[in-house]
Write a new protein. Structure first.
Length: 604
């Protein structure tokens, strides 16, 4: 496996996968949540391209991923970013020819930038041909994510700012999308074009014919694996057949020439530091196995010896769902607090994530990796570490704290369970959190759900299994299982041990989260048994969604973290009162509230 190197150009963060070829490849990400979902697949593709002798650059557009904020709309800004990336690749690797390879909107931007770049070839994977159709698709997704109570005309946000699964879409981008149609563009973007598209995509057929008429050599291929690839990160599977087909096509191109002497240029111009307003970020490897992290440190007035660690949420890379980890880190930097957002082994930009496989990722190993990250911070002078984890990340944080003395605080958002089997994988956690008793109980009073059952569209089996399973565990709890669990180091015993060490623990749940079932089983209705632990608190917050994909939820979690820093870690009010950098908190947001059922009574 070739070793990739981090690089920064004009505030944009990227990775160079060096190789001895004269032809380099720039990978152009899709937009928003799709870039997070496909990160692992595109990382593996970059690795395979480098192994075939093609230096490859992956990068984050300005304002996306780890890059510094951008100013232009996503269409014109993304096109300019691709042109800058191509120039950077030429300088880094000494390549004389460039191929642009993009997925979805990344393919569309690559086509728009190709002429400016002087691309020798273009690879388009399921390109967005019509921006208007693409925006309608995103609007439907935005409505579905908002739920019935908030549904409205998502396209009606065209006059101003809106979000799709937590990712910003400004008015200028929406307007540009509505005007965008590749079929009405230049005769052809590059001399050689490969297009992979799912069956029945008539717009792609028209686009290919248009490019041929303009004089390009165009090949189209079926993309049967597209639906399996475009899934949330924990479900997404790399389209191996499609990627191998792309590799074969590229190797046949005239631009593919191997020049071993070129490899010496790789990384020579790289300065892997992202300069921010009052802070800097730099990539770090914090373990011999190639575990990756992005360390964000204030440039001055730093709180000595205190840092916040953010492990992965499920299989999502270190930037976090809807880029929450990045925004949170930069908000904390404004208060003088360092943060480290990490990728455990097999995820994101850790070394093992480049392997050409879809092997499940052991949960126990990820817990150990999280503890190693905290120990690494302690070795660097950050003797007190707070770990903020979401969903799977909350479990990693909790288990890491049990054996790592530097961890002094925990913020656990939607912890799915207090214990999983020893052979559990990160992917297993995703399946385990699919249903909660409260959600299933509420659905029994929804007429629409019963209509779906009558039509055979929905099965009652998962509902029955969840309710019976909860009833069985509840009965066991009433018969004394909590006392047995305490003696064996179960949930109560684990939190008791952390409390005795002085670890400040905050458990935050969304109202229908499956983790509440496990919380009640271990700590009783209303969390009554948690009251015995003076350093532990829990709350149900109405505005929280499971993975913090919406900004209101992110603002609430940030507010709770600020409260913990102020109350328990001596961080002064003046440091935390930078209103210009704080996300907006909704008017009716819950605080450390108490009741699991209605979100209005206190746990502990």
């Amino acid at each position: 496996m070739t070793m990739m190197t981090p690089t920064v150009f004009d505030g944009r963060f990227g990775w160079l996968h060096p190789a001895p070829g004269a032809c380099g490849v720039v990978i152009c990400n899709p937009f928003g949540h799709e870039a997070m979902w496909l990160h692992r697949s595109l990382r593996q593709l970059a690795q395979r391209l480098a192994e075939q002798g093609m230096p490859t650059l992956r990068f984050d557009y300005a304002g996306c991923g780890d890059s510094a904020p951008g100013e232009a709309d996503a269409i014109s800004g993304g096109t300019a970013d691709i042109a800058a990336a191509a120039q950077h690749l030429r300088a880094l690797a000494g390549v004389t020819r460039v191929v642009l390879l993009g997925v979805r909107m990344g393919a569309t931007l690559a086509a728009l930038a190709a002429a400016q770049v002087g691309a020798d070839a273009l690879v388009m994977l399921e390109p967005v041909v019509s921006g208007k159709a693409y925006w309608r698709e995103q609007a439907v997704m935005r409505q579905a994510a908002a739920g019935p109570a908030r549904q409205g005309d998502a396209t009606g946000a065209g006059a101003g700012h809106c979000q799709v699964l937590g990712y910003d879409v400004d008015a200028a981008t929406i307007e540009q999308l509505r005007l965008l149609d590749l079929r009405a563009g230049s005769p052809h973007p590059a001399p050689h074009v490969l297009i992979l598209a799912a069956a029945g995509n008539a717009a792609v057929d028209v686009l290919a014919q248009s490019y041929r008429a303009g004089g390009a050599s165009v090949e189209t291929q079926a993309f049967a694996e597209f639906d399996a690839m475009l899934q949330p990160a924990w479900l997404s599977r790399a389209p191996r057949e499609a990627f191998e087909s792309v590799l074969r096509w590229l190797v046949r191109q005239p631009a593919h020439v191997i020049l071993p002497s070129v490899a010496g240029h790789a990384g020579a111009c790289s300065t892997p530091v992202i300069a921010l307003d009052g802070a800097r970020e730099r990539p770090v490897m914090f373990d011999a196995r190639g575990l990756f992290g992005m360390l964000c440190e204030p440039l001055g007035n730093q709180v000595a010896g205190l840092a916040i660690l953010l492990p992965n949420t499920g299989c999502t890379p270190h930037a976090g769902e809807s880029r929450f980890a990045v925004r949170f880190a930069r908000r904390m930097a404004s208060a003088g607090i360092a943060t480290l957002r990490i990728d455990v082994s097999g995820l994101g930009d850790s070394e093992a994530a480049g392997r050409w496989d879809d092997a499940p990722l052991p949960l126990a190993g990820a817990c150990t990796d999280t503890a190693r990250a905290a120990a690494w911070l302690a070795e660097g002078g950050y003797r007190r570490v707070i770990v903020l984890g979401i969903c799977t990340g909350a479990y990693l944080a909790l288990r890491a704290a049990s054996g790592e003395p530097s961890i002094a605080g925990l913020i656990l958002v939607n912890l799915p369970r207090f214990a999983f089997p020893a052979d559990c994988t990160i992917q297993d956690v995703g399946f385990a959190r699919k249903g909660s008793t409260r959600r299933h109980f509420k659905s029994m009073f929804e007429l629409g759900k019963w209509r779906e059952v009558a039509r055979g569209q929905v099965s009652l089996a998962p509902v029955i299994a969840t309710m019976l399973g909860y009833a069985a565990r509840r009965c066991a709890g009433l018969l004394g299982a909590p006392m047995l669990a305490r003696r064996q180091g179960g949930a109560a015993g684990l939190l008791r041990d952390l409390d005795a060490r002085g670890v400040q623990t905050r458990l935050l749940y969304s109202p229908d989260d499956v983790g509440l079932d496990d919380f009640r089983l271990n700590f009783g209705a209303g969390g009554r048994r948690l009251k015995r632990l003076p350093n532990a608190r829990a709350a149900v917050i109405d505005e929280l969604d499971h993975e913090l994909a919406n900004r209101a939820a992110q603002a609430l979690v940030t507010e709770h973290c600020v409260g913990l820093l102020r109350e328990c870690f001596g961080v002064g009010e003046a440091r935390l009162a930078d209103e210009a950098k704080q996300p907006t908190v909704p008017e009716h947001a819950g605080g450390l509230l108490a009741g699991a059922e209605c979100g209005t009574a206190r746990y502990g």
